[in-house]
Design a binder for this molecule. Sequence first.
Ligand code: SF4
Length: 359
Amino acid sequence: MQDGGVYWGPPEGYDIKEYQLSPSSWNRYEECPRKYWLSRQGLPRKISMPIVIGNAIHNSVEDICNVDVSDRESTEIGWLPKLAKDILSKHWQLQKDIFFETKRHSGWKKNSYNKAREGLDKALFMLLNQVKIIDVELSKVTIDMWKVVKDIILANEGTMNSECGKLMGRLDLLLKDLDESGNEKGWIVVDLKTGRPPKGNLSETVNRQLLFYRDLLILNNPNHPSIRTEGWYTSNKKMYEATGSSVTEDAMNAWQSIELTDNPFQATPHEFICGFCEWKAWCPKWLVAIHDDTLKKHKRFNDEVVTLINFDAEEGLASFKIMIPDGIDGELIDSEKSFGAFFGKSTFKSIKRATNFRI
Ligand code: SF4
């Protein structure tokens, strides 16, 4: 695929290996090979508000950048906030639908819409700043100003595959890098980040992610101009440049390790990684690791496997017996320990729904 003079590699579905390495699959594999293996088993995914906010912002930026303004009055103002609001509302609704269709989801937070609105506005300000349009309210942005922004966008939301089909990355934005006189001197790969910004430099994993995109671009475009790579954090409107040598060789080596086998990959339980692992429900190893003292119980997370002994559906009271591992392969037995619980409204509803089937 050719876009803005940039070659994106073979399109998806053509000459692509059965499994590909992306920055996120690479990170996941390194965090815990079992976590990566489980993520490729078609298990139900989990969705939470940060994902909703991030997707709504990314998709809205993409749509706004794609709006054709060529026929509009050059001095028109007031159009950008309205366009941004309409597009964000559409994507917010789409994300909300996906959220409730996804069985594993956290609680819906209505107020998060304001966060998404704020994040989108900040992303637009960052694009304007990139072409030196600074300190202008969105309501005062003219069509002509926006055309300057559009002119530096070589691509937005592009999927890039290596010719060998092993590597894959999704670039948020590819921009022209301009010199002081406004002439193109190279390219900037931009990854929009809607989460918490780094305290100092980019974390190692984010830095590698950005270098991965840069190197994939280089692989596909041997005659490329100079390329910079930046993470744009919308929450503080700061751009962080990724630095470092090529990660392509390491990525190719990592690709060889991620070929799926019928046997689950090795699990490497770790306090922080297990604490946030969305595949924990299918992994017996973290519980074994707690009981053999590899992980500290009740430090970062308090998950237990329990048997429900009694449930009072009128009062929301229940008693449980804690289960413990029986061997190392996922078998469980009841322990002697039990505890009681009183459920709040939403947990009560979920337990009630579940126990209708089980008791
Ligand atoms: S729960 Fe821990 S050990 Fe199990 S897959 Fe997740 S990260 Fe790996």
